[in-house]
Write a protein that binds this ligand. Structure first.
Ligand SMILES: [Zn+2]
Ligand SMILES: [Zn+2]
Length: 577
């Protein structure tokens, strides 16, 4: 099940195409399977509502969407169904469809598990794996069995979670709607969404009000509510879309801060805070901070008052994971986290020159409308044939176009860059003779993910040692809820990058967020500076910069740890190492 299902029509359409792709793969029609897969990925990452594109009659302008895929999309948008999907599904065991949801279990393996062991569901597969039956199948072995068990665990975990990038717009929608009720004095998300975790389970919303019933009434009447699970006088739970659970709590003024603190979490952070409270003779809960003996209220109206009474500075929600923030708050050495408005440019942009949908100028215009001062154009290099990657000749032409555009632009700079492929041996896909003429070189791995840790690490370190590489793109290669990171010794990679003064990217695309928060913090501790890039393949994707900033903040990064905070001239000076 696609985690975005029910969240947007785009995600629903993408899900249909993924399923068709998988079914073609089962039938051995690899070419068709790949075509549907590419179209699904593309539609899943569109920021414009696909219905609008359809209404303009421009479905086939989406790269990878030809006539027959467009027909599937059109039928689905008109009827909510796909006859092609129904047709392909017929005669196929349901269990097989379930099995291919598991990471590492492709259609072929799923079919063999079904045919040879009669496995027809994930539960049955788990039982068989635990009984050691999988390893006895030809070509499977103990390692595969172990991986299957791990995949099952991950599968169960991800059933309940949504990407942060899908949740933030929903929060904006809820907040805007609820503010239309004048009983709502303040409204904020709490929980992992407020901490900007990369995935979010249930959504918690807190409202400050003295007229709770009106607030609850407004809440259950939101337009996208598909089901009301409970409706009390100060609390309510609803389902939005297919399966996003949203909990509302209405809080009176004297408790608002302590409730916000309590429901923001994390659990580990809160446990530590309560221990500190107990040591001071207090009791801390969602209603406030109280004297244990007298019951007197010490604090609770604001979060600041709660932290202060415990002898702590106020802690940014993104840091509340019990990763040292409480100790730092005690000693007054919390980091001054980088802010969204301090980001001056986007350092990873694709255009029509490879697999993007915008021209260089369109991307620049969008960046200007977002208040940015520069972007780095980083299209794919030639070995990404499927993405129309650039060879040296086309890259030189693109560079000339950028020069001409820069002459016309005022107060904005388009940097000449590339996302150059790191080949299997660690060499780069384009010669130094052209890389040296670029402003910004992102080097990324896009193939051969299955190599072992030593090979992968050596491959990346060799790229880091190229004199013209500025940054390593999406360093671990993971796709959230879909693909695990490749095997890599990050410690060694970070050591090499620090020594060579190569940046590590925080890729801000919603399902990448790579480096993640924990790795960004580790990179900083190695003395590495990071670059944030949205990996935009369409103008609207540049709006994902805030997700990159969220990762940076969760990784304790300060403005000096993120190169995008520099003005363009300083940035260029820094890059000339
Ligand atoms: Zn890439
Ligand atoms: Zn890219």
């Amino acid at each position: 099940m696609n985690p975005l299902k029910g969240m947007s029509v785009n995600a629903e359409v993408a899900e249909i195409l993924y399923e068709i792709s998988e079914l073609y793969a089962l039938k051995g029609e690899q070419y068709r399977s790949r075509a549907y897969m590419m179209a699904a990925q593309r539609i899943g990452s569109l920021t414009e509502d696909i219905r609008k594109i359809w209404q303009r009659g421009e479905l086939q302008s989406i790269p990878g969407v030809g006539k027959s895929i467009a027909a599937v999309i059109e039928e689905y948008l008109e009827t909510g169904q796909s006859s092609k999907l129904e047709e392909l599904r017929e005669g196929l065991p349901r269990g097989v469809m379930e099995l291919i949801e598991l990471d590492g279990v492709g259609p072929k393996k799923a079919m063999r598990l079904y045919e040879e062991l009669g496995i027809n569901s994930i539960d049955e597969l788990e039982k068989a794996a635990k009984a050691g039956k999988i390893r006895r199948l030809k070509g499977f072995g103990p390692k595969t069995e172990e991986n299957i068990l791990q995949s099952i665990e991950e599968y169960r975990r991800r059933q309940e979670r949504f990407l942060l990038g899908a949740i933030l717009p929903v929060i904006d929608e809820i907040v805007a709607y609820m503010k239309g009720c004048d009983a709502v004095l303040r409204i904020e998300p709490a929980g992992s969404a407020r901490r900007r975790k990369e995935t979010v389970g249930d959504l918690d919303i807190l409202v400050l009000s003295t007229r709770p019933e009106e607030v609850v009434e407004r809440f259950v009447s939101m337009p996208r509510v598909s089901r009301v699970i409970s409706q009390g006088t100060t609390r309510s739970t609803v389902i939005i879309g297919a399966n996003l659970q949203v909990d509302l709590r209405v809080i009176p003024p004297e408790s608002y801060g302590s409730a916000l603190q309590y429901f923001t979490g994390s659990k580990a952070h809160n446990i530590k805070l309560r221990t500190i409270a107990v040591k001071k003779g207090y009791k801390l809960n969602e209603y406030g901070l109280f004297d244990r003996e007298t019951g007197e209220r010490i604090a609770g109206e604001t979060e600041e008052s709660v932290y202060k009474a415990l002898g702590l500075e106020w802690i940014e929600p993104e840091l509340r994971e019990d990763r040292g923030e409480i100790e730092a708050a005690m000693e007054g050495r919390l980091p001054r986290l980088v802010k969204e408005e301090e980001i001056r440019g986007d350092l990873h942009i694709h255009t029509k020159w490879s697999d993007g949908t915008g021209t260089i100028e369109e991307m620049a215009q969008k960046a200007m409308s977002l208040g940015l001062e520069y972007i780095a154009i980083c299209d794919h290099s030639k070995s990404m044939g499927i993405a129309r990657g650039l060879d040296e000749e086309r890259l030189r032409k693109q560079m000339a176009e950028i020069d001409r555009l820069n002459e016309r632009l005022e107060g904005f700079t388009v940097l000449k860059g590339i996302e150059v492929d790191i080949k299997a041996d660690g060499s780069l896909d384009l010669p130094d003779s052209v890389l040296k003429d670029l402003d910004f070189v992102v080097a990324s791995i896009h193939s051969g993910f299955k190599a072992d840790e030593r090979q992968m690490t050596e491959r990346m370190i060799r790229a880091i040692h190229n004199d013209y590489v500025s940054a390593i793109g999406h360093p671990t290669g993971r796709i959230i809820l879909r693909r695990r990171p490749y095997a890599l010794n990050l410690d060694k990679v970070f050591e090499a990058a620090a020594e060579q003064e190569v940046l590590m990217e925080i890729n801000a695309f919603p399902n990448r967020l790579d480096l993640n928060d924990v790795n960004a913090k580790a990179a900083k501790e190695h003395g590495i500076v990071m670059s944030i890039g949205t990996d935009a393949h369409a103008p609207n994707h540049m709006e994902f910069l805030n997700l990159g900033v969220a990762v940076a903040r969760r990784g304790w990064l300060e403005p000096g740890d993120v190169i995008n905070t520099l003005p363009v001239d300083e940035l260029l000076r820094k890059l000339e190492r």
